[in-house]
Write a protein that binds this ligand. Sequence first.
Ligand code: ADP
Length: 494
Amino acid sequence: MAETYQNFIGGTWVPASKGETFDSANPASMDEVLGTFPRSTAEDVDAAVQAAKGAYHEWMQTPAPERADYLLRVALLLEERIDEWSELMTREMGKTLKESRGDIQEGIDFLHYMAGEGRRMQGMTVPSELRGKFSMTVRHPIGVVGLITPWNFPIAIPTWKIAPAIVAGCTSIFKPAEDTPLLATLLVKAFEEVGLPPGVLNLVHGFGEDAGAPIVEHPDVRAISFTGSLEVGRMINERCGALMKRCSLELGSKNVMIVMPDANMDLAVEAAAWGAFATSGQRCTATSRLVVHEGAKSEFTERLLTRVGGMKVGNGLEPDVELAPVINAEQKQRVLSYIEIGKDEGAKVLIGGNELTGEGYEKGNFIEPTVFDEMTPDMRIAQEEIFGPVTGIIRTDDVDEAIRIANSVDYGLSAAIYTHDITNVFKAITQLEFGIVYVNAPTIGAEIQLPFGGMKNTGNGHREAGPQALDEFMEWKAVSVDFSGKVQKAQGID
Ligand code: ADP
């Protein structure tokens, strides 16, 4: 029997008020249940918001270095637990052990980074135009915040939200994805273990409409930080607009790698394989378009097919597996239907294209790594996010056209170019409409000290990670102190 887990509200572990539950299953073997979790509703969300409200006043007055110390202590716990948690993550989310480890390491790195922020959190001093007057800016927490996360990075993405919220002095309600509730629970337990005061971080499990939407709607929640699909993000954006809430969105993308004839072909092929198929293409930075110059195309294509043909597909716990299952049956069907759409549109499957069902695959959600050729920029498979192990090659004749093709989508998260020509490099850096640009590096593999986020439909201008991470959770306050002994009126008024 799988263990039953609970919500964490005001420092206490409690079931959902209606007593309903859901299970978390292993994508490589769907009959393995990792745990049973509370299926929460608006009532549970309200209890969590009340707890967060109750804790807020004391927490926002706790000195930032003291708040940050909890992050450091959780980072140290995660370092001890990385092996154990990696295995659990692979069982709950499916990706390979190495990638699960990388996910947790990213969380650790960011906890360290944000812990340092507790001793920075800088404002500015600026000169006043008046004598005997001193002016400065200080940062102020936004209040109670809602953190809604997806399943593809079960530790890293929650950490990207929880850590800055804590150091900023916010209290929060965390609603993890319904596909990865176990790892979310372990993370929250680590914060409990290091003694984070009750109510500062509250965990509410459940499904989007039942448990996510009430967080967005709750009048006492001042800001929402959301990572997930464009469809849900758009809805949240609209609601937050109407309710005058701050909202930070990190949504889908249609990332691109440009390959020019002077590219180092060993690196370009490996980067394409890693960028397209790591995490089975279920990263918002996955390489789903390869825009390849005519002068590189035959060699690149041939070598990519050899590389992809050698990939072992299977359970992410096996050390030689490179392509693990996709998260659930619904996602598998979605990816397979996109492969059919691509074929109907006239793109040619060079390799893969099928679900895997034989021995070792019968209980999981396995799809062959799939590469299309003859993809054109206007096709749906070249425009829409697939979020699976599918990529496609678009041919081009020159770098300007390649950049135009790269930019011809509604998204703009991550773009890469492989070239050694300095003109191509700077055209790419200056003209690509993407929040993250790589030169001779794959589209995936963001580092936490850089801002993460995208242009166009990928988001709404906010960035996570990097020094910008606090902006989601803090207001700016302009403070002036007049010690002139007079009532001074600015702008030269006597
Ligand atoms: P994905 O396709 O990656 O699962 P979703 O956007 O469906 O992306 O889900 C991302 C997160 O948003 C999950 O935690 C999910 O439960 C939550 N979610 C889904 N629908 C809603 C909604 N209507 N309101 C708030 N949160 C939601």
